[in-house]
Design a protein around this ligand. Structure first.
Ligand code: PLP
Length: 478
């Protein structure tokens, strides 16, 4: 066993300096005279987590408010669903109310005359922090529209098919909205949607894609591919793709490359500028906590910032502010991502997002990621302890983690598959006040968010999963 310092301040650096947290979590617990499964160990980890205080910045739902059982205590639920809808920052309400008040008291005047955040430049209040989170320069980022719309904006610009090169290369299991968007774009250009899509599939008996297979597909089909379109983190399996390698391979073959970062943004550190991605889009309601239907984000690489010949759906908000209100009908687009804006932005959505970005501004993606790796590694370790694969009986219920065990290839989420029907597991957990996401055909997606989930949440979740499982197996045995 490695020597673990007794100094509490050293515990975190001991955990974060290893590549995979499992072995260090085990030796740490041992050195403290604890089992890795002890609640006391979860509490120790919470005590040393440097971003633990961020949880105070969020409203954390209680079980009784979920209306899932007769519980009337104030006990908090176990919320591990930040990959679907992030929790509400406490500042959101006041920021939204301030804008409602401006509207109430000033009406249209607040567009330009307001002590704080005049609406005309409301996007500038979120831009810098947004750019930081995706590893971009401010000129490369625009906060606008919503995700699927921005996917179209990106494809209008970067899917420019010719007779020889008209295909889109993507993963076979991409989110349905992405498939629909791609197919409709292909049809709009007069090509056959079925022939126009090349999909990359996992190997037989594998759940996730190998980077080498993605690169091989690009090399094989590249000459006929106009656009390589991938997700950053796969919504179903939780796999974090190697964006840099995919981008490089695509460019070598002369293809444009875009990424849907719905599950990556605010989850894993991104370097869109450095990686040379042509365009990217994302939503703000998952790990970015901007609220349901939150405003979307859009990235265009600086290399394209001054190329006003790139096709786009133009509107007045993509125009230079200096001349925007001269109403002259003379085209004068803004450089970079803002040149792809169409409409004036929804102010209430913008400040709802600002509340969340103010929380991100108290930390860094690197710090959040360090916590995330340990939090998710701890979840994985507990699951391994209680649910050994392949021994299906009451004492050894079976479960499989389909997310890669390589921490570089995953974010916060682990996707679980069970030996019993997933909807039964989900029902049991829901009854017990656990909020996790079930996805057809058979996955439970569990995502501890480092900004508001604790190690104790993860511990509780695994205990309740155990109980749920036992109950189902007993029912089945009867
Ligand atoms: C969440 C998600 C969407 C949702 O799209 P909206 O336009 O925000 O409704 C689309 N694609 C992916 C990959 C997602 O994860």
């Amino acid at each position: 066993m490695e020597d673990v310092s007794q100094d509490i301040n050293d515990v975190w650096s001991y955990l974060t300096t290893s590549y995979h947290p499992s072995s260090r979590l085990l030796s740490l617990s041992e050195s403290r005279g604890l089992q890795v499964t002890d609640l006391a160990f979860a509490r120790l980890l919470d005590q040393v987590n440097p971003v633990r205080h961020l949880r105070e910045e969020f409203h954390y739902p209680s079980i009784k408010d979920l209306d899932v059982n007769d519980c009337d205590s104030d006990a908090k639920c176990i919320y591990l669903c930040g990959n679907s809808l992030g929790l509400q920052p406490k500042e959101t309400r006041s920021l939204v109310n301030e804008e409602l008040e401006k509207w109430e008291r000033k009406g249209v005047v607040a567009h330009v005359q307001a002590k704080t955040r005049p609406w005309i430049s409301i996007e500038s209040t979120v831009k810098d922090e947004m750019a930081k989170i995706v590893g971009a320069e401010p000129v490369e980022v625009s906060v606008m529209n919503s995700l699927s719309v921005n996917l179209h904006v990106g494809m209008v610009a970067f899917y420019r098919p010719t007779q020889e090169r008209y295909k889109v290369l993507m993963e076979s299991k991409a989110f349905p909205s992405d498939h629909y968007a791609v197919q409709s774009q292909i049809r709009m250009h007069g090509f056959d949607a079925e022939c126009g899509v090349i999909t990359v599939e996992p190997r037989e008996n594998e759940e996730t894609l190998r980077t080498e297979d993605i690169v091989a597909a690009i090399e094989k089909h590249g000459e006929s591919v106009a656009l390589v379109l991938f997700s950053g983190v796969q919504y179903y399996t939780g796999q974090f793709f190697d964006i840099e390698t995919i981008t490089e391979a695509a460019h070598l073959k002369g293809c444009n490359v875009g990424f849907d970062l719905a599950h990556a943004v605010g989850n894993v550190p991104l370097k869109l500028h450095e990686w040379g991605v042509d365009f990217a889009c994302w939503c703000s309601y998952k790990y970015l906590n901007a609220g349901p239907g939150g405003i979307g984000g859009f990235f265009v690489h600086k290399n394209h910032a001054l190329d006003f010949g790139i096709p786009r759906m133009e509107g007045w908000w993509g125009h230079d502010l200096e001349t925007r209100f001269k109403m002259s009908n003379e085209r004068q687009l803004l450089p970079g991502a803002n040149g792809f804006c169409c409409s004036n932005p929804p102010v209430l959505q913008m400040v709802s997002f600002l509340a969340s970005l103010n929380v991100f501004n108290k930390t860094t993606m690197e710090e959040l990621r360090a916590t995330s790796i340990i939090l998710t590694g701890y979840l994985e370790l507990l699951l391994q302890h209680y649910f050994l694969k392949g021994q299906v009986d009451i004492n050894h219920p079976s479960l499989e983690v389909i997310t890669p065990s390589d921490v570089k290839q995953r974010g916060a989420q682990l996707s679980l598959r069970f030996s019993v029907p997933v909807c039964e597991v989900h029902n049991e957990l829901t009854q017990k006040g656990v909020v996790v996401d079930m996805r057809e055909p058979n996955a439970l997606r569990v995502a501890p968010a480092p900004s508001y989930n604790s190690f104790e949440d993860v511990h509780m979740f695994v205990m309740l999963l155990q109980e749920s499982f036992q109950k189902i197996l007993k029912q089945d045995a009867q």
